[in-house]
Design a protein around this ligand. Structure first.
Ligand code: F0G
Length: 357
């Protein structure tokens, strides 16, 4: 099957071809760009670009499975809380499946690209006063009281689909494991999925050792990094604030499963500042790859880990880029509207002068 999720069906969900709702998704590239490796200070750093999925983020891998399962159980409607990517993905897959979708988003905190996308595919968008954590409370309540099928990553079928990011990247490396896999961490569904995938791949003998996970949070939304520093002795909640709106989450839902993922992989958790995230994004953008701000946290995290001296630059790193550059059009350079537009002749002169420099 052409889907990069369903070709691993035996490790995901035993659904029949007729049952599966697929775009298709997955089969994303594993890119090598020396500028990014140099920036992070390591010899080998590959970028697994999940922004190449149909709706521009890794969420499609979990959503194809969750919506397939929603149809199998005869759900009357589906719902999620979201910072914008899950809602875009849900909206697209629900449209394909012909099932009504409700999405709860934090008012004023979702990027323009994601809002436009979620609305375009036709989901009913409900803006909620409060942050993502509040939206998730509402979504859980709606699900419990009204019998609507919840597809946040609390839904185990989402996690099963997201495991294929790891299976696919290991396959692209001919099952030679890297030393470290870095990913941005918000609600911690993906961290959980990566841990589960690695343990399963190892148990099946597909890989002979388990690489370390590096979960990277934005400083202003880093309860999991704080928890890690305290050996996960308690569950930490914070009031989240970061320009990487995708991971602006203070009370991650998949905490326990993610703790297990970090322990099972001898993993580590770091926090990086918004400045570090945006600096890393610029390096990724400028080499022609591009990603949304939250995604750049993975590369910023590798750089931070290197600088801490905890890892050695000769280790092999993979950083996952979770979302497409167009997701957040206001995060990168924006056209300078203050400068007046030029006539054709003036534009020609400007280029001529520029080339002479
Ligand atoms: N990167 C991007 C681009 C995301 O959209 C998200 C989560 C993450 C990383 C973090 O993944 O939550 O599994 O730890 N976005 C969710 C959403 C919350 O609603 O789109 P996580």
């Amino acid at each position: 099957m052409r889907s990069g999720v369903w070709r691993f069906r035996e490790l995901v969900l035993q659904a029949t071809d007729e049952e599966i709702v697929t775009h298709p998704e997955g089969n994303t590239p594993l890119l090598s760009r020396s500028a990014v490796a140099n920036y992070a200070g390591v010899e080998e750093l590959l970028l697994k670009h999940e922004g190449h999925n149909p709706t521009g983020s890794f969420k499609d891998r979990g959503m194809t499975v969750a919506i397939t399962q929603a149809l199998r159980v005869g759900a009357r409607a589906v719902a999620c809380a979201s910072t914008g990517n899950t809602s875009s993905s849900l909206s697209a897959y629900a449209a394909q499946a012909g099932i009504p979708a409700y999405v709860f988003v934090p008012e004023g905190q979702v990027s323009r690209g994601k809002l436009a996308q979620t609305l375009a595919y036709g989901a009913r968008m409900i803006r909620v006063k409060g942050d993502f954590d509040e939206c998730l409370r509402v979504a859980r309540d709606v699900s419990a009281r009204l019998g609507v099928y919840l597809v946040n990553s609390l839904n185990p079928f989402r996690i099963e689909g997201q495991k294929t990011i790891v299976f696919e990247l290991l396959q692209q490396l001919d099952w030679n494991t890297p030393d470290v896999i870095a990913l941005p961490a918000g609600n911690l569904g993906n961290t959980s999925a990566f841990g589960k995938a690695l343990v399963e791949a190892h148990a099946l003998g597909l890989i002979d050792r388990i690489p370390r996970l590096l979960a990277v949070q934005a400083q202003g939304a880093s309860p999991f990094a704080q928890g890690f520093a305290e050996h996960f002795s308690r569950r930490v909640h914070v009031q989240a604030e970061t320009r990487a709106t995708a991971i602006r989450i203070g009370n991650p839902a998949s905490w326990d499963r993610a703790v297990r993922a970090i322990r099972d992989t001898n993993g580590t958790v770091v926090a990086v500042s918004d400045e570090e995230i945006l600096e890393a994004k610029r390096v990724i953008d400028r080499c022609g790859v591009g990603c949304e701000p939250a995604s750049a946290a993975s590369v910023a995290g590798v750089r931070k880990l290197m600088r801490s001296g905890e890892v050695d630059g000769s280790e092999r790193f993979v950083a996952v880029l979770t979302g497409h550059v167009l997701k957040d059009p206001d995060a990168g350079d924006t056209p300078d509207d203050a400068t007046p537009a030029l006539s054709a002749e003036a534009a020609l002169h400007l280029v001529a002068r520029d080339l002479e420099r």
